[in-house]
Ligand binder design. Structure first.
Ligand SMILES: Nc1nc2c(ncn2[C@@H]2O[C@H](COP(=O)(O)OP(=O)(O)OP(=O)(O)O)[C@@H](O)[C@H]2O)c(=O)[nH]1
Length: 357
């Protein structure tokens, strides 16, 4: 059988189709241009040759200025051709092109591969995407005239269909992996946002230590541990002395810097399991798990003297500290109130000192 296009495409039509940006994008999207031969395509061209008796069969992808052969059976090492080829005609018509003897047809006898490769018979089925773009064709050629049977054409069409299904599968996998990457990136962003949010919810923005909310939560947690294990627990309340004066003399910003420095100092004096929190404007609290009154006094004294030795403003800053150790069956509010009362006592006793509840 033979299909002779009544008016085969001219050079301008072919050039326009070859360089059509949507089509070219689809060809490049396959990810197959310039990739090495693969068995899955080679099996199809081998089968086409075997079943039709054609000595050469290939899967061509039409780039703007060359035909790239993803698979070529019987063509030696040729992987691409430039210049006019038979595959350009089904590209424009979108139809199968079946030629029994190209030398008998005026338009086709001038195609360069007639001379360069000696092609006499050609059967090409366009490889078309679902959206209608022709990527190339599945072809069989012979070096002598050949009467393609209906079955030959059916076989080539079926194999073209299989090649196209493989190409579609590749594109879907590529899309899926791109989507997956996007999804992973989004998940990472959401995770980072969540981490930032949870940090914001529990951290004091100025000093970076725990905020009031995190302090309350930690204190409840420590009380639950005490109840189970019977370990001691102490709490320090700490207030910067004459902080209003610091603000008034050096400015609010300098006051802020002092708060940050004190928070750092307290952190340096505490163990990893201790919780340093800013619970008010210039008020800090420190939860001391597994610490009795003696230990609490020792830590409080260490913190007090560390601050007193500081010289952030060209003069020492001091803090007053109240310490309370948990009584049997005592709740968080009571412990807090006793530590706060001790702090008040330290203030009234002259500041820069530790008072025990
Ligand atoms: N710079 C700064 N100042 C704050 C902040 N929060 C509260 N303050 C100030 O801290 C001061 C606390 O003053 P007071 O409660 O009168 O106590 P004080 O001056 O520290 O005196 P004593 O506690 O009695 O030693 C006020 O002037 C508040 O404006 C803050 O985040 N940054």
């Amino acid at each position: 059988m033979e299909s002779k296009p009544t008016t085969p495409a001219d050079a301008a039509q072919i050039q326009a189709a070859l360089t059509d940006p949507r089509r070219l994008a689809a060809v490049r999207d396959t990810g197959l241009l310039d990739t090495p031969p693969e068995e899955v395509f080679d099996r199809l061209t081998r089968l086409a040759a075997k079943l039709t008796g054609a000595p050469v069969t290939f899967v061509s992808l039409l780039d703007a200025d060359r035909d790239f052969y993803k698979s070529a059976y019987g063509l030696g090492t040729t992987r691409q051709l430039s210049g006019r080829t038979f595959c350009h005609y089904p590209l424009v018509s979108g139809q199968a092109l079946i030629l029994e003897d190209v030398t008998q047809l005026p338009v086709f006898r001038d195609v360069p591969t007639v001379k360069s490769l000696g092609i006499r018979a050609y059967a090409g089925i366009p490889l078309r995407t679902e959206s209608g773009e022709v990527l190339g064709s599945f072809c069989a050629v012979d070096f002598k005239p050949k009467q393609w049977t209906e079955q030959d054409v059916e076989i080539i069409s079926e194999l073209a269909h299989s090649a196209m299904r493989e190409i579609r599968l590749r594109m879907a996998l590529k899309d899926a992996s791109a989507l997956n990457q996007q999804l992973q990136a989004q998940i990472q962003k959401v995770d980072a946002l969540n981490r930032a949010l949870s940090e914001m919810a529990t951290t004091d923005a100025l000093t970076g230590v725990a905020n009031r909310r995190a302090f309350d939560h930690s204190l409840q947690l420590e009380l639950a541990i005490v109840e189970r294990r019977g370990t001691p627990l102490s709490l320090l309340m700490l207030d910067v002395d004459h902080f209003k004066r610091i603000n008034d003399t050096y400015g609010h910003e300098a006051g802020d810097k002092v708060l940050v420095a004190i928070a750092q100092l307290l952190g340096g004096c505490a163990r990893v399991i201790d919780v340093v929190a800013r619970v008010g404007g210039e008020e800090f609290a420190v939860i001391l798990p597994n610490t009795d009154a003696g230990g609490a006094h020792e830590v409080a004294e260490r913190m007090r003297s560390a601050v007193a030795r500081s010289n952030w403003l060209g003069q020492p800053t001091t803090v007053s500290i109240g310490a309370a150790t948990l009584h049997d069956k005592e709740d968080a509010a009571s412990l807090y109130a006793r530590a706060d009362a001790a702090l008040y006592a330290a203030k009234t006793a002259g500041r820069d000192r530790v008072a025990m509840a």
